[in-house]
Design a protein around this ligand. Sequence first.
Ligand SMILES: [Zn+2]
Length: 239
Amino acid sequence: MSYYKEAAERIKSIDPNLYVGILKKRYEEVRSRGEYEADSILIAEYYRRVGVFLQFLSIEATSIYVGMDMLIGYKMDENEWDNFPVKFPNFKEIDIMLMKLFSIHYLRWCSLLDSGNLIALQFPDIYEPMIKLFERGGGQISTHHHELVGGFGAFSRSIDSRRGDKKPFDISDYALKLIINEVEHTEAYLAEHKRGSQTEYTCIRCSSRLLIQSNITEYGYQWYKIKCESDDCFNKNFS
Ligand SMILES: [Zn+2]
């Protein structure tokens, strides 16, 4: 199968039911905290891959609006934007601008792969994290001022080539599931702790003890740091 055909199948298969009406909902009504944590790993990995590509091209930074095809000199056809929902009718219902934009550039990238473009062929999977994000229902992303925002928090709208220096993030289904499980496990621990239970929970990754530190901001807002006893292991803030 050609790269393009496979990509088109994936884009066609994105379930609009995951996205219909969600723009009116609050983030926490759409996905769990754990799912948003997993989403943020996918986005971070996309930024890293773009960073590696930027270093290869000797470009310092780019914007999330810019397609990888554009970075190597290609331009979108005039009516490509309007034709997209005609070819992919599920996108008549998915009204998320950035999802359309990423999908269009992903398809263009796959056409370049099919045509044997030697630069594209060195970075065949650059879009994989974002497409995986959309397939999993995490595509509710938008830009606000200088940031890419969603239930996961915020990323800078510009992507710096130094992102490419980071270690690759594991975006396998197994790794993403572990992130979700870990957050759910910690939320259950915190709920018990708030009820006054003395039960101790251990870290899913390494089985060491999980410690809860209770904190109050100067405005009286209570939050908790939940941390694995092992160094550089689980460490997140909850409210
Ligand atoms: Zn641990």
